[in-house]
Design a protein around this ligand. Structure first.
Ligand code: SF4
Length: 484
């Protein structure tokens, strides 16, 4: 009810309402914290998070286990996409109802009451890093007022059927990758007739049905669920996360039969060439054309459309462009937290160009007059903040490694470098010998060796394999300079 009233308020009243409620709640929270100082077992980090929440302090740390159901492609049932594991309830063993009321979701609820986030590693580490703006928990705060015992959100990830094979994706989420890697397309393996029957009890309680994949626009099971929603809960909001490479009669059917469809459109580059390198088999022009059609629908029906971006080593330099693009279209841009694959993740790779981008991004000023502009600015700042934290952690780790290796002798470090490339082809060996020969008599040779030894093995080999000797010498030159 409160959600519904809030949703129909004009933007400026929503902001006033949120800020007023937030201030009152913060005041009482501070007061209660003061009085309960001696018996309060709540970790300090949770207090800090509470002061940073959109709606102010809330009684529970995360509302996902009380309001949301995630149905993974592997059959596991959990509160959100980041909290399932091999001990989670499975649709082949438990009904939806058992999983929700008594299964592993109840187990997570109990754990959260004791501030145990052992099944929520993504949120746990973001909380520890104080990256509050990037927390998945934030998504569910909007439903914290719900009094229903049934989930308000169901996120369907029933099939991996997809037309693209993006570089950061895997066979679990893309049938195209699965076909290439395993010569197999598994699609929907676990959700059968019994599931569709059980679902009928849940649909009337839903406020939001989310469809992910694969690409939802080519997954047949989703059209079946949409038919059920049309029959049992036509006022339910729908969120479709798509790569926007598909537009056909079925998509038209959705757009013509539902008035509350929201879109998350995944576009990881605004440069056609980089787009095709990241979203393999994707068509940039088609995606932009369909994006425009979906924007038109959402304007007409007053729904929302966000663009979702996976910030990685290969597109980080474009992140500010996304903010400008989104502001221009008067839509929002959200940035995913990409931690895998490791070789593309900003959490595991450090480079001068990433540092330069961070410095440049921090100096940018974005408009913040409208609600969307404010959101875009905040999302961008949260992203830059998070990447900066990651990069300093990497630097710290690198320094620790270097100090540890500096205690080794020159020959021990050289030996360690050759161990790294053991089994590699001759040209890899040759490139490394050329570098070592060139700098052998340099005063900083030992420090250079300690830096090279500290580089993660796979990255070290990748550089030697992929870069030309001249380029490697330039990189080494920079390393030597940075030791002075
Ligand atoms: S704490 Fe994070 S990972 Fe755990 S249920 Fe909540 S949103 Fe999901």
């Amino acid at each position: 009810m409160i959600n519904k009233i809030y949703d129909i308020l004009p933007e400026f009243l929503q902001t006033i309402l949120i800020n007023t409620v937030k201030s009152i709640k913060k005041f009482f929270y501070k007061l209660s914290k003061l009085f309960r100082r001696f018996q309060n077992s709540k970790p300090e980090i949770i207090h800090e998070f509470n002061f940073n929440r959109k709606y102010g302090p809330l009684p529970r740390v995360c509302y996902a286990p009380y309001t949301s159901l995630f149905l993974s492609r592997l059959g596991y049932i959990s509160p959100c996409y980041a909290s399932y594991n091999s001990d989670s309830s499975h649709i082949s063993k438990e009904s939806l109802k058992t999983a929700w009321f008594d299964g592993s979701i109840e187990r997570i609820r109990k754990k959260h009451l004791n501030y145990d986030f052992s099944e929520c590693s993504l949120c746990k580490s973001l909380l520890e890093q104080k990256a509050f703006g990037s927390l998945l928990i934030n998504k569910y705060d909007h439903y914290s007022f719900s009094r229903s015992s049934y989930p308000r959100i169901i996120e369907f990830e029933l099939s991996n059927k997809c037309n693209l094979s993006c570089i950061m994706c895997d066979s679990n989420l893309s049938s195209r990758i699965e076909k290439t890697e395993c010569n197999n397309i598994s699609g929907n393996q676990f959700y059968g007739e019994k599931f569709f029957e059980d679902l009928e009890e849940f649909i009337p309680h839903l406020h939001l049905a989310e469809f992910t994949g694969g690409d939802p626009l080519i997954i047949d099971e989703y059209y079946r669920i949409l038919q059920l929603i049309k029959k049992l809960n036509p006022s339910c909001s729908i969120l479709i996360t798509t790569n926007a490479n598909t537009y056909n009669e079925k998509v038209e059917w959705i757009l013509n039969n539902f008035k509350k469809i929201n879109f998350n459109v995944s576009i990881d580059s605004l440069d056609a060439e980089n787009y095709s390198k990241i979203r393999r088999n994707g068509d940039f022009n088609k995606a932009i054309k369909n994006l425009e059609l979906f924007i038109e629908y959402s304007r007409k029906n007053k729904t929302y459309l966000n663009i979702l971006v996976c910030p990685m080593t290969v597109n980080f330099h474009e992140m500010a462009d996304f903010v400008n693009f989104a502001n221009e279209k008067d839509i929002c841009v959200f940035f995913h937290t990409v931690v895998k694959p490791k070789h593309l993740s900003l959490k595991y790779n450090r480079s001068d160009s990433i540092q330069e981008n961070i410095e440049n991004f921090k100096s940018l000023k974005f408009p913040d007059k409208t609600k969307n502009q404010k959101t875009n600015k905040k999302n961008f700042e949260d992203l830059v903040n998070l990447v900066e934290i990651w990069q300093s952690e990497l630097e710290l780790q690198m320094r620790k490694n270097q100090n540890q290796f500096r205690e080794l002798s020159i020959s021990e470090m050289e030996e360690s470098l050759f161990k790294k490339i053991r089994g590699e082809e001759k040209f890899v060996n040759y490139k490394m010998q050329t570098i070592l020969e060139k700098y052998k008599n340099n005063d900083n040779y030992k420090v250079l060796l300690s830096k090279l030894v500290a580089v993660e093995n796979q990255k070290f080999i990748r550089y030697l394999r992929e870069k030309e000797t001249d380029e490697l010498l330039l990189i080494t030159e920079d390393l030597i300079k940075s030791t002075k």
